[in-house]
Write a protein that binds this ligand. Structure first.
Ligand SMILES: [Zn+2]
Length: 272
């Protein structure tokens, strides 16, 4: 918001980052995307620019955001988003415009930036990334036996004990994967998105991996929110994506919650 601008650091890069952290972290990823588009333009010319921008096609950010439940004045809500994005663009422009060729219109107006941010809003996918902590312990394990390994293990063994099974907890990442983003949501997903690792790793791509057997013709779905959350909390978070979840699990859990409530009310009546 405009009021936070005076509190931002003076250094231009720190200023942009602090604004994004205080308002919308998507701006950080979108800025990287703008830099990526500029790199493609520099190395491959107009064709590279067009193919890079193709990833982000769609509405402007302030039109792409689903209206939250507690918003009563939708026009004012979208105006605020527009102001926020314009602020972010104003801070980003001096950082990246010097790297844009003269004929490049990418940073001339907030619109292309708003389209990129909008793409993140609608199409970013949560991705599981293998734990770097796990990779570290595996590397220690693979060291040749000897004094060096003994020295390292002396330090790492207590850490490993303290972490226990949590040492391999994957990290939560996010990114734009247009094809994977076409998967619908289910609170009982049959697909999980994983970042490929090691020899499989190419271009930062992700793979959709089946979590269980699926029948022929069964829809593939992944989860947009944390599926360990209780049903009402999941449904509330999913409203941000612009829909009410009516998956089989939600229906089952809502029915069970209603029945429990009814039994409780019945018990109370009998006690009176
Ligand atoms: Zn559901």
């Amino acid at each position: 918001m405009a009021t936070t601008l005076e509190e931002l650091p003076a250094e231009p890069f720190a200023r942009f980052v602090a604004h994004a952290n205080a308002t919308n972290e998507i701006f950080l990823m979108a800025a990287k995307a703008v830099a990526y588009v500029l790199c493609r333009l520099e190395t491959e010319g107009t064709e590279g620019y067009k193919s890079a921008m193709a990833h982000f096609e769609g509405p402007l950010w302030w039109d792409a955001v689903a209206t939250p439940d507690d918003v009563t004045d939708e026009a004012a809500f979208r105006r605020t988003l527009r102001e926020l994005l314009t602020e972010s663009w104003t801070l980003l422009k001096p950082l990246l415009a010097p790297h844009a060729p003269a004929q490049c219109a990418l940073l001339d107006t907030p619109a292309p930036y708003a389209i990129i941010v909008g793409a993140f809003e609608r199409r970013n996918c949560a991705v599981q990334v293998a734990s770097p902590v796990e990779a570290y312990f595996l590397a220690v394990d693979a060291m040749p036996e000897g004094d060096a390994k003994d020295g390292v293990t002396k330090v790492t063994a207590p850490l490993l004990d303290a972490l226990d099974a949590a040492y391999s907890t994957p990290c939560d990442g996010t990114g734009i994967f247009p094809m994977q983003a076409t998967l619908n949501h289910s609170c009982e997903p049959n697909v999980t998105l994983l970042k490929e690792e090691g020899a499989e790793e190419r271009d930062g791509r992700v793979v959709a991996r089946l979590m269980r057997d699926v029948a022929a013709g069964e829809e593939l779905c992944n989860a947009y929110v944390d599926i360990s959350l209780p049903v009402r909390r999941r449904r509330r978070e999913l409203r941000e994506y612009g829909f009410e979840c009516d998956c089989a699990r939600c229906e089952r859990e809502l029915k069970a919650a209603d029945e429990k409530k009814a039994t409780k009310a019945d018990g109370k009546r009998r006690l009176k």
